[in-house]
Design a protein around this ligand. Structure first.
Ligand code: 6R9
Length: 644
């Protein structure tokens, strides 16, 4: 563990919204008088009906409910657009940087407002009403933000599906929330390659009956089949629509969006966020953690298909009247200097990315970075997985030239926004530590039995109180919401993460303690990959665990038992990798497949994942207690045939 400490720089403290003294004061206020605190904070949004009710929640089974600002009403698109028009209508809301460095656009608040209104009117003309679900399957192009905001304008609930997901994964997500309308593009572009989005949609819709309308953005101009009666050209649909559309006043607790995420069981969960609390959390954390001021260029590299793209590419920056950069491409194309070139090109002030990207770039040498100026940069951020101190130090020394603070932000799809993070003007930095909780966040470290551990300690991370940005339910499965998050430790929200707290009260996230693996900052449920594998005709059984991976953080290690008489060879291994990519998407590709005649099971038939994890990690000398195994010989075979 790194011992280094980087103190707050005086210039950061001087300019900051929140310095060290303010942090202590605001943290105490939010903990002692949450209603007073959040009533004041809610004033940063424009409400059509200001809330008088603030926090109203209980994590106890008998009275389980979570509400914030419940009697207030507001509209998210009005908060992200209309209220900025008078003061900064001509300011740039979105800078779009295409995959091809020659492609780009700048969109002002006024233009974005008009585009959003047109699409909102077009959606209404297609029969989309308040509460209806709209699936968005788009590349990182401005139309993705337009689509999100147009939904919020009329009270439709968006569900974005990452463009890297397969037709099957898309179909499951459409069906689960019963979307009526889908917005896609002909193709996406990534690293010079094309992603056949519309063709994937056609394949997905062969299994879904709920979608009756598809809007298709012509992005690459690639050839697509348009199904008459169902598919409409996006440009045509909005050309016919008026550039103003009243913003529907929404209850603070009305659904805003659904975002599917992996859990420890097979089926991805539809995480539901609501209107008031989510927007407040995204806006307030964006302003405070990045010490953001309008006029600065904020670049979050996350795709809008993930929660980070929702909160910090779109909602947080736009709610704050900021300039957000949307990037369609990848860090290593046309070459390994792309990130730094884009920073110079658009004079980016704040850069927010994932450790996996940093590790990949670090391997290519410093020259790619140092050939750029990066003098516009003021602050760096990290999100998605624990950042190892080596990557942190490289980010700090090479990218930030030893000067810029790094905010390592811990949070989850479920939390809506940043929960534990340094504040640049308030928190001394320790490489690898997400450091201190944000206002209103009450972390606790508990042991396996739920005993709260004090002081410097290590255990599981729970949150003892609700916060406005908290998810409200799992779409269509409120019981699963309660069971997943509130039963492991009664009366508390369980994060699924392990954590260490040091003597200074800094939190160090150690990674997932459940059956979720974090591949390049993307969550994969091991059960999802397992069910994809067993769907293959030659596979009898599969068990999937995480393994250490230099760039991805964690890789996917699959133990596969084949049907009797089937021979496991290199060709089948490749076939299975392709199969999983087709079933779920490229992010789920197994990094290692080990054919195993048997899996280690208890006498009651439970697979002992602890042992499989150790073997995948190469820690074969430390397998622990194997006495409860039904057949200990299985383990010797697995160890002897480990894939490295
Ligand atoms: C925002 C996001 C959530 C899981 C989370 C944890 C890991 C995220 C982290 C981090 C250590 C950080 N995680 N940020 N671990 N340090 N700064 O990534 O949401 O995709 O839902 O993933 O990611 O394990 O539980 P999501």
């Amino acid at each position: 563990m790194s011992q280094a400490i980087y103190p707050v720089r005086p210039e950061d403290a001087a300019r900051a919204h929140v310095d060290a003294a303010a942090y202590e004061r605001l943290y105490a206020e939010a903990a002692q008088d949450p209603d007073g605190f959040w009533r004041r904070q809610a004033e940063r949004l424009d409400w059509t009906t200001p809330p008088t009710q603030i926090g109203d929640w209980s994590f106890d089974e008998a009275d389980f409910h979570i509400k914030w600002f419940a009697d207030g009403a507001l509209n998210v698109s009005a908060n992200c657009l209309d209220r900025h028009l008078a003061t900064r209508g001509d300011d740039t809301a979105i800078i779009w940087e295409g995959d091809d460095p020659a492609d780009g656009r700048r969109i002002s608040y006024r233009e974005l407002h008009a585009d959003v209104c047109r699409l909102a009117n077009a959606l209404k003309a297609k029969g989309v009403a308040k509460g209806d679900r709209v699936t968005i399957y788009l590349p990182m192009i401005p139309e993705a933000a337009v689509a999100m905001l147009a939904c919020t304008r009329i009270g439709a609930v968006h569900s974005i599906v990452f463009g890297g997901f397969s037709p099957d994964a898309l179909a499951n997500r459409i069906q689960d929330c019963d979307s009526r309308l889908l917005i896609t593009a002909d193709e996406g572009r990534r690293g010079g390659k094309r992603v056949p989005l519309k063709a994937n949609v056609d394949a997905a819709l062969a299994h879904c009956t709920s979608v009756d309308t598809v809007l298709v953005v012509r992005h690459t101009g690639g050839e697509v089949t348009m199904q008459p009666g169902r598919d409409t050209d996006y440009a045509e649909a909005i050309a016919a629509a008026a550039p103003d559309c009243p913003a529907e006043p929404m209850g603070a607790e009305d659904p805003l969006f659904i975002l599917y995420t992996s859990g420890s069981t097979g089926k991805p969960k539809g995480v539901l966020h609501t209107t008031g609390g989510y927007l407040l959390w995204a806006a307030y954390t964006h302003e405070t953690v990045f010490d953001y001021r309008p006029g600065e260029v904020f670049w979050c590299t996350a795709d809008v298909g993930w929660v980070t793209g929702h909160s910090y590419t779109v909602y947080g920056p736009l709610a704050n009247g900021g300039t957000t950069l949307m990037f369609e491409g990848v860090p290593n194309w046309p070459d390994h200097g792309r990130f730094w070139d884009v920073i110079d090109k658009h004079k980016v002030d704040i850069f927010y990315t994932a450790p996996t990207a940093l590790r990949a770039l670090m391997r290519e040498g410093d020259d790619w970075v140092t050939r750029s100026s990066r003098k516009s940069l003021r602050l760096l951020g990290s999100v998605g997985e624990p950042i190892n101190p080596e990557a942190w130090e490289w980010y700090h020394r090479v990218v930030g030239e030893g000067k810029l603070p790094i905010v390592d932000t811990w949070w989850q799809t479920e939390t809506g926004g940043i929960m534990i993070s340094p504040l640049p003007g308030a928190t001394d930095l320790k490489p690898g530590s997400a450091s201190k909780p944000f206002f209103g966040v009450l972390p606790q470290v508990v042991d396996a039995e739920g005993v709260v551990l004090e002081g410097a300690t290590e255990g599981n991370l729970v949150l003892a109180a609700s916060w406005p940005g908290q998810m409200r339910t799992v779409w269509n499965d409120h019981d699963r919401f309660f069971q997943t998050y509130f039963t492991t430790y009664k009366g508390k929200y369980f994060t699924g993460d392990g954590v260490r707290r040091d003597a200074d009260g800094y939190y160090w996230i150690t990674g997932r303690v459940d059956d979720v693996i974090n591949v390049s900052g993307h969550r994969m449920g091991t059960a999802e990959v397992e069910s994809a594998l067993v769907a293959h005709a030659k596979v009898a059984e599969a068990a999937v665990v995480g393994m250490p991976h230099d760039v991805k953080g964690q890789g996917i290690y699959a133990y596969v038992t084949l049907n009797a008489g089937v021979e496991g060879d290199e060709a089948l291994r490749k076939e299975l990798v392709q199969w999983v990519r087709r079933e779920i998407g490229p992010i789920a590709s197994p990094d290692a497949i080990q054919f195993a005649p048997g899996l280690p099971k208890t006498r009651s038939g439970k697979i002992m994942r602890r042992i499989l994890r150790k073997i995948a990690e190469g820690e074969v000398g430390a397998l622990g207690d194997t006495s409860t195994l039904a057949d200990p010989a299985v383990v010797d075979h697995l160890v002897a045939n480990r894939v490295s």
